[in-house]
Design a protein around this ligand. Structure first.
Ligand code: FES
Ligand code: FE2
Length: 632
């Protein structure tokens, strides 16, 4: 029978630490209680005669008095070569025992045990590595031979060297990254310095350009001729004279160069009766929410196109082109059926997105519809987007009256003047004591000076009137009038100092060339009971119409002059500055890219810096330049 080896996974061996030896040099193990071996163990032990030999430090094997002669002779010599085992903590015992077992197995296989022991002692020198080796051997349930242990040692060494290599490459990468970061920092620094230089040079160039522009303006100014005929307010107020002026032939072409030359001093300040393409890229309020009820169709015009408003099946305000896709019938003449607008001609129906959903009396054709504008409701107003680009995310916060105010009147009026002229009129208060002599400014004295103090890019307060005013792109004017007593304006005071306030919002929607859809909202922070009086709505409407009527005759006259090549910005003065700013913004819409226009719009909503507040206003500078030119 050939030599047998002891398995590293023998449970009895691990737990008792007791070796047994047979008379022919064969070994096996017994458990501590000396119980008979199991079937597996029996196959290993037979036919050996066993003697129990303890190898623990406290218990040494002793010669049996009844052993035979051979045993007496060889046992002491064998005992000399039996490994001495030290007591180890329970957790480390398997690692120590594995080495001993391997030596034993070497011996059992007839090889030199001391060579194996030497090697194993060498392996054990590195405790961490040795543990890993033992764990590998134990986990693989292999026979505990030196060969297996060496193989496990090789694997562990290999794994460790791989780890080392990986660790090295990570360190190298870290160093490289650090190096790159340093280089990047340096590049940033250089870029920053270059940027500073570029900014500095840009400012210098800008200054030079401004100087050049001023010189160019001075050079192009022509002294106005005193004999130039002008039309006064009274001419325009008199319908007969206005009519005569309107029917007068256009100015002679010989006069044109002089007028254009004078206008050249005010680049970007010219009234236009056209609608700029850039103006469309804004949200426009088109109706008061309260007027858009479930069963009503509200037609309106914007940018020369007719649309119709209604509430769809979800109750959302919707806006579609007021022209049936079938035969062009105005949809606003139809009705709203279950949240869809029905054409009165052949009954085609359209949903809130403009899709045709029904074609009675014929096979339904898919994909037919009318243009629908994106529509939202905010602050009691219905806003639409008629632009060609993506709608702005934000809708201006201008509709809601300030805290403490209650809305008393909301009116929608059709006004036969270009919306820009109406905006300029609303942004001008200096005309009140001359124009509104039958309404709110009756009896107002003409002040020595009317001033407008800018508090933001497009807003400020009037002096001597307690009125704050603001333009909100694209077509909204807001004014807050301070009152000491209802209906009584306190001259010389500021709106903020007054106890009572009347707030007005005018939305001047560009309906079509020469026509404006005006949305007027008035709110008060006093006398809330007025809202409950049934006739007040008619009173406010009458009042608004009368005030507007006083303005209209003049603004229509301006429009007439513009048609004839006139100039509504011949000589702006200090109190025109808010309207001048509006006109400059409006003129800018016909220039630049979409991004530039958006940037300009964002700039307008910002507050003014101290530098801007104290600098000479553009309009004032221009007037100054004009006067210098005129006085030469
Ligand atoms: S025109 Fe509208 S359904 Fe025919
Ligand atoms: Fe007015």
């Amino acid at each position: 029978m050939g030599p047998k080896s002891l398995s590293s996974s023998c449970s009895s061996f691990r737990s008792c630490g007791t070796y047994s030896a047979c008379s022919r040099g064969k070994y096996s193990c017994m458990n501590r209680r000396g119980s008979a071996p199991g079937p597996m163990q029996r196959s290993v032990l037979q036919p050996a005669r066993l003697r129990s030999v303890s190898v623990s430090a406290s218990s040494r094997p002793a010669a049996d008095e009844h052993s035979d002669h051979a045993l007496d002779k060889y046992l002491p010599r064998w005992l000399q070569s039996v490994p001495r085992v030290r007591m180890r903590p329970a957790s480390e015992r398997p690692f120590q025992q594995l080495a001993e077992l391997a030596v034993l197995n070497e011996r059992l296989q007839g090889r030199r045990p001391w060579e194996a022991r030497k090697k194993l002692e060498y392996f054990q020198k590195s405790r961490a590595t040795w543990k890993a080796v033992c764990q590998q051997v134990l986990a693989s349930d292999a026979i505990a031979t030196l060969e297996k242990i060496e193989e496990a040692q090789r694997k562990v060494d290999e794994a460790l060297s791989q780890e080392f290599r990986d660790g090295n490459s990570v360190t190298e990468m870290r160093m490289e990254l650090q190096h790159l970061q340093e280089e990047l920092e340096l590049a940033h620094k250089t870029l920053h310095e270059t940027q500073h230089l570029v900014n500095y040079h840009e400012k210098e160039v800008e200054k030079l350009q401004q100087e050049a522009e001023s010189l160019r303006r001075l050079a192009s100014i022509e002294i106005p001729e005193p004999s130039e005929p002008t039309l006064g307010r009274r001419d325009l107020a008199d319908p007969a004279r206005a009519e005569a002026s309107a029917s007068a032939p256009p100015r002679s072409t010989a006069e044109e160069p002089r007028r254009r030359q004078r206008g050249g001093a005010k680049d970007m300040l010219r009234s236009s009766l056209d609608i700029e393409e850039g103006l469309k890229d804004y949200w426009f309020p088109v109706e008061f929410s309260k007027n858009v009820t479930g069963d009503k169709l509200i037609p309106f015009e914007v940018f020369n196109e007719m649309y119709v408003l209604f509430r769809d099946e979800t109750g959302a305000a919707s806006c579609v082109l007021d022209e049936c896709a079938h035969r062009g019938c105005p949809l606003s003449l139809g009705s709203v059926e279950d949240g869809r607008v029905q054409c009165p001609y052949h009954g085609w129906e359209y949903d809130g997105r403009g899709q045709c959903t029904k074609m009675p009396s014929t096979a339904f054709c898919k994909g037919i519809g009318v243009r629908a504008l994106e529509t939202v409701e905010k602050d009691g107003l219905v806003w639409v987007w008629a632009g060609s680009c993506e709608p702005f995310r934000e809708i201006p916060d201008v509709g809601a009256p300030p805290a403490g105010h209650e809305v008393h009147s909301e009116l929608v009026l059709e006004v036969p003047v270009e919306h820009g002229l109406l905006v300029e009129n609303l942004l001008d208060l200096a005309h009140a004591p001359f124009t509104h002599t039958s309404t709110f400014a009756r009896g107002w004295p003409v002040p020595d000076a009317v001033k407008f103090r800018m508090m933001s890019m497009l807003g400020g307060e009037w002096d001597p009137y307690p009125i704050e005013m603001k333009f909100e792109p694209p077509c909204i004017t807001l004014s807050t009038i301070g009152l000491q007593q209802p209906g009584q304006l306190e001259r010389g005071a500021r709106a903020a100092d007054c106890d009572k306030h009347l707030r007005q919002m005018h939305v001047c929607l560009p309906a079509r060339n020469g026509h404006t859809r005006l949305l007027y909202r008035m709110s008060l922070d006093f006398m809330p009971f007025l809202k409950k009086l049934p006739f007040m709505d008619a009173v406010w409407r009458e009042m608004a119409n009368r005030v507007l009527g006083e303005d209209l005759v003049l603004v229509k006259g301006q429009q007439e002059r513009l048609h004839r090549g006139g100039d509504t910005w011949g000589n702006p003065v200090s109190y025109d500055k808010l309207a001048v700013r509006y006109r400059r913004w409006r003129n800018s819409l016909s220039h630049g890219s979409e991004e530039e226009r958006r940037a300009a719009a964002a700039q307008l909503s910002k507050g003014m810096t101290a530098g801007e507040l104290f600098s000479i206003d553009e309009a004032e500078r221009e007037v100054f330049v004009d006067r210098r030119g005129a006085s030469r």
